[in-house]
Design a binder for this molecule. Structure first.
Ligand code: G3H
Ligand code: 13P
Ligand code: ZN
Length: 339
């Protein structure tokens, strides 16, 4: 099956009350891990690439790897998504590269750090919606700012500052009407990376009530949770047991995500958990068998470790079992629908 618009997957997920994990990739093994998990669980797939991933893979490698994934897995619908596009130009170049979905993150300025005004966000998002929808490509937008600044992306907000930049439900309602975006990323207290919360999060810092209110106002908009890694203790421990130096921290509990799915969350972004799984597996091989130097000796267990995490998330989010029941809708079909 050719790559499909992400909107098709999110519409199906909304119709059947489940969520779809969106997993970041930077190389062949990560794409393979996701496809293994998807075939073993019959799950639809959202693969996403950040700007950093696109520059790391030089676009062309990524495009051909994704085409290989589609060719080898004809029964699995796959959407290819630009994560955190920082400008219309980034989104347009992604579309030119065959991405079937883009995120225009106008919550921050083009530097990916400074919080933007509402007007700026509407302006850049509208530009992207206009061009993307004409081609059947899905658009995710963001209102409110995530905390943290790991991975070079984010406003660097800490604690109270991040809580002050949570998505305002009234503004979210206006923003969707003003832009026509398909999916909306909301800020509810999460941040990217391994250090989200210093204690197990409660409703004071992980604001699931904000999601509920936004969903009440926007029942037909697909909500997106960024920074949704759970940072499993066993993966952090594994890394540290084999020479790593990760600090203790808490991620977003899977049960919180499941609650979000009951309130309109359809796309759940996960990158860090897969990074942890890969790093733990590689460190283990290096520590236990230091004589090994064939990359396959450590990339294979790394790929398996990531596939296991992705599989667990696909089951927990409820997307398992649906891949072969999703209608085949092309970009052209979607473009007609938008018209
Ligand atoms: O947006 C955050 C994702 O984890 C991607 O991170 O920009 O380091 O590729 P990255
Ligand atoms: P994590 O760092 O929690 O995996 O979040 C990834 C993300 O939101 C990518 O956009
Ligand atoms: Zn994100």
């Amino acid at each position: 099956m050719p790559l499909v618009p992400m909107r098709v997957l999110l519409d199906h997920a909304a119709e059947h009350d489940y969520g779809v994990g969106a997993f970041n990739v930077n190389n062949m093994e990560q794409i393979q891990a996701i496809m293994t998990a998807a075939t073993e669980t019959n799950s639809p797939v959202i693969v996403q690439a950040s700007r950093g991933a696109r520059s790391f893979t030089n676009d062309a490698y990524l495009r051909h790897l994704m085409l290989a994934a589609a060719e080898l897995n004809p029964k699995i619908p796959i959407a290819m998504h630009q994560d955190h596009g920082n400008s219309p130009a980034t989104c347009f170049s992604a579309i030119d590269q065959g991405f079937t979905s883009v995120m225009m993150d106008g919550s921050l300025m083009e530097d990916g750090k400074s919080p933007a005004t509402y007007e700026y966000n509407v302006d850049v998002t509208r530009q992207v919606v206009k061009r993307a929808h004409a081609l059947g490509v899905t658009v995710e937008a963001e209102i409110g700012c995530l905390g943290g600044i790991e991975d070079g992306h984010g406003a660097g907000l800490t604690g109270d500052e991040a809580l002050a930049h949570l998505t305002d439900p009234g503004e979210a309602e206006r923003f969707v009407a003003d832009t026509g975006c398909d999916a909306l990323a909301v800020a509810i207290g999460t941040s990217h990376g391994a250090y989200k919360f210093t204690v197990k999060p409660t409703g004071d810092v992980l604001k699931m009530d904000v999601i509920e209110e936004i969903h009440r106002r926007l029942p037909n908009t697909h909500l997106v949770m960024h920074g949704s890694s759970s940072v499993p203790r066993e993966l952090v421990d594994l890394i540290n047991r084999y020479g790593g130096k990760l600090k203790e921290s808490y991620g977003v509990p899977v049960e919180a995500i499941q609650k979000g799915i009951k309130h309109g969350v359809r796309k759940i972004n996960v990158d860090t958990d897969n990074r942890l799984a890969i790093t733990g597996a590689i460190r283990k091989v290096f520590a236990e068998t230091p004589e090994k130097f064939d990359p396959r000796d450590y990339m294979k267990p790394a790929r398996e470790a990531m596939a296991q995490v992705v599989k667990e998330r696909m089951i927990a989010f409820g997307q398992a079992g649906w891949a072969d029941r999703i209608p085949n809708v092309t970009l052209e079909d979607m473009a007609k629908r938008y018209r």
